[in-house]
Each structure stands twice: as C-alpha cells, then as structure tokens.
Design a protein around this ligand. Structure first.
Ligand SMILES: [Zn+2]
Length: 397
C-alpha cells in the first residue's frame, strides 16, 4: 500500500493498468478507449493502452483487475465547519466517510453551521479566511475541501470583496443565508465578487432551517450568481414553472442536490437536457444539514439521475466530475493529461441485477467503490460504506 502523503508530497510515478472501463468525466466523450493511466507526482501524464505507454520504473503500480476508473467525485455543495467535525449533527469524520463514497473534492457553500457564526463584516471576512486556510492546510482523509465561503451581509462594499480575494478567498457562501436577500443588492455584490475572481452561488427555494430565507426565481435571475444553488430546493423547491424558467432564462450552473426535492431535481435535469445544456448540470449533497450527512450522497445522485432521469450512467457520472470541475475551474474531475490524479475505482455491486457496472447504475443500484486515490496516492481501499464491489483493484507494488 502506498504511503499516505500530504498535499505537497511527491507521489512519484504511478501506473494504473488493466482498467476495464475508462470513464473520462467529459460529457462529450464519457468513455475512452484505454486501459491504462500514467501519472507523475499527482498529475496525469498519459492515457491509453498499456502496450503503447511507458509504464517502466513506476513507484506505484495498481492492477485495476478490470474495474472501471473514473475521476474522483466532486460534491459541489457542502457545509463544512472545522476539520472533520460537523456541529449540525455533532458528527465526526463525515468528510473521510464521503471519501469512502468516492468523493475527492468538496466545495463549501458557506461555513454556516459554525457555532456563533459572526455576522458583522469584519467577523465574517475573518471566518472565511480562517476556513480557507484551515482546510487548505489540513485535508480530512486527503479530501480537497475548498472552503472559506463567506455568507454575505448588508453593508459590504467593493473593498470588502477585494480584501477577501487578496486574502485567498475564491467562493461566496450561498447568497440568501445572510441579510442580503433582495435581487438588486445581491446583483451588486455578485458583480463585485466576480470582478475579483470570487465565484458565487445563490440559495434557491424555501428556507432550509428556521432563520434562512426564501429565494424565488426573480431574485435568482436578478442576482445572476454563477451557480443556481440547489435548484431543486434545500429542501423546499420552487414551483415547476419557476424551475423550468430558471433553466431556460438563466445560463448559469444548475446545481441539483441530494438534500433537495428529488422530483424537482429530475425536472431540472430533464429541462436542461431538452435545452441541450446538460453541461450546466452539477451535483451536490448540501450536507451536513438537517437531513444529516450523506457519505454516499453523490453516488446516490448519480444513480437517481441515471435511473429515474433516464440518463446513461456514463453521462450521469460527468455531472459529478467533469461538469463541476469545468464550472468551478478546478484542476481535477477529468481523466486527461495535466489533471490531478484523483480517481475512484468502481465495479458493479455484488448481486446487482445489472449486467454491467453501467447497467447496474441505470437500474438504480449504487456501484461498489474498490479504491480511491487523491494526487496519485491511495487514500482508501475497498469502501467501508458502499455495497461490496464484485472486483477490487490491487496495489501490485
Ligand atoms: Zn441552501
């Protein structure tokens, strides 16, 4: 077993061979004709057939044993607080447990559950900077948690957004969870954030828990945030005509979450697909939240989109990998040269009635995770959380 290293550790040359199905994460070409991936120091350098690639002198060789290789999954919507603890349900190790569900990257939609979360401008900026620094320096289970997403409040000025950007903040927490709830006010702050390279997400739908807000389609359209956060509500969804209108009239990201209204999520998927804009759809859990933590939430969303949304499984996986990486400007999420060597090895779960891995997902079963790698380093073997995979990869040396 390869040694677990920190974010900056050089993992040397990695060769993954005998891949049975290469899932690229790219919607335009979700399956690659390849059985081998080579990476050096955590970056993919080559993909193809082993006989055509330079596989000599690898520090680590993984025999995939015919399993499928996909980019590590990305959860586009989480609410971390500090380390691997969530006060919302007072649980530890929820990030590491999600690693066992194939998740290698998470994106904070605000550290909203921080006890006594500061709401004054200096305090909220300070918290965002602390969260960004803390998760960048300490990665639970090796998972890349992009945190430091301030919940914006009334009275913030352009200078505040400039300060945040200069301090390394790249995200806003869900707009609408703080005092900024009006479309015009949100629009101004979104444009300041955008000017300084900070990506924005807006809460969509009814209040999540007592104290959060209701945001309808008119506010979402006016605010023009980069991501329509949980278009299927978190939990309470907008009406069907409002969801359809958002898909049609706004060209921003369409985020569908596990902790939302599943029927509304399927409506958003079908609408985006009918528009020929599936590349806008990304998946998240919105956990930890009132409904708990969901270590298998992203896998469950992939199975939902494929089974009830009639989406080929190899495309459903792209919604949680390549689509999110492109929209969020991340260096992972795709099996292509230059990208981070973040992988999940999948196989059909034991006793699934599906004939193949993809068929089993299409039937609504969860796949079994056999191994997860981040930055070219093995972070977990057979998942303790998914149903057992029929086959699992092995570290050859
Ligand atoms: Zn929300």
């Amino acid at each position: 077993m390869a040694e677990v290293q920190g974010a900056s550790g050089a993992s040397g040359k990695l060769v993954i061979r005998n891949v049975g199905l290469m899932l690229s994460g790219a919607l335009e070409r979700p399956i690659l004709d390849a059985d081998c991936v080579v990476a050096v120091d955590g970056r993919i350098t080559a993909i193809g057939h082993a006989k055509d690639l330079d596989t000599d002198n690898a520090k680590t060789t993984i025999d995939a044993k015919g399993t499928a290789l996909a980019p590590g999954l990305i959860d586009s919507h989480v609410h971390p607080v500090v380390g691997d603890w969530t006060p919302r349900q007072n649980q530890f190790n929820w990030v590491e447990s999600s690693l066992n569900g194939g998740v290698t990257t998470m994106i904070s939609a605000g550290e909203v559950h921080f006890p006594g979360r500061p709401k004054d401008i200096l305090g909220l900026k300070a918290l965002a900077i602390v969260a960004q620094r803390s998760f960048a320096a300490a990665r639970p289970g090796g998972v890349k948690v992009h945190a430091g997403a301030p919940v914006i409040e009334k009275g913030m000025t352009e200078e505040d957004f400039q300060d945040l950007a200069e301090a390394g903040v790249t995200l806003l927490g869900e707009i609408g969870l703080g005092s900024v709830k009006a479309g015009d006010e949100a629009r101004q702050m979104v444009s300041w954030a955008r000017k300084y390279g900070i990506q924005s997400t807006i809460h969509t739908g009814g209040p999540s828990v007592p104290g959060s807000g209701y945001i309808d389609k008119d506010v979402v359209l006016e605010a023009d945030a980069d991501i329509i956060g949980h278009i299927n509500g978190g939990h309470t969804a907008l009406s069907d005509d409002q969801i359809t209108c958002l898909c049609e009239r706004c060209h921003r990201g369409i985020e569908i979450v596990h902790n939302g209204n599943e029927r509304a999520g399927l409506l958003a998927l079908r609408t985006a697909r009918a528009l020929g804009q599936l590349e806008r759809v990304i998946l998240g859990t919105d956990g930890p939240a009132g409904s708990g933590v969901q270590p298998l939430g992203i896998l469950r969303m992939i199975a939902l989109m494929s089974s009830l949304g009639d989406l080929p499984a190899e495309q459903a996986i792209c919604l949680a990998t390549g689509n999110t990486a492109r929209m969020r400007k991340l260096d992972c999420g795709l099996i292509e040269p230059g990208r981070a060597a973040d992988f999940v090895f999948l196989d059909k779960a034991q006793h699934s009635s599906g004939k193949t891995l993809l068929d089993s997902i299409r039937l609504g079963d969860l796949p079994g995770v056999g191994m997860v790698m981040i930055d070219g380093v093995v972070r977990c073997g057979r998942s303790r959380n998914t149903p057992p995979a029929e086959r699992i990869p092995e570290v050859a040396h």
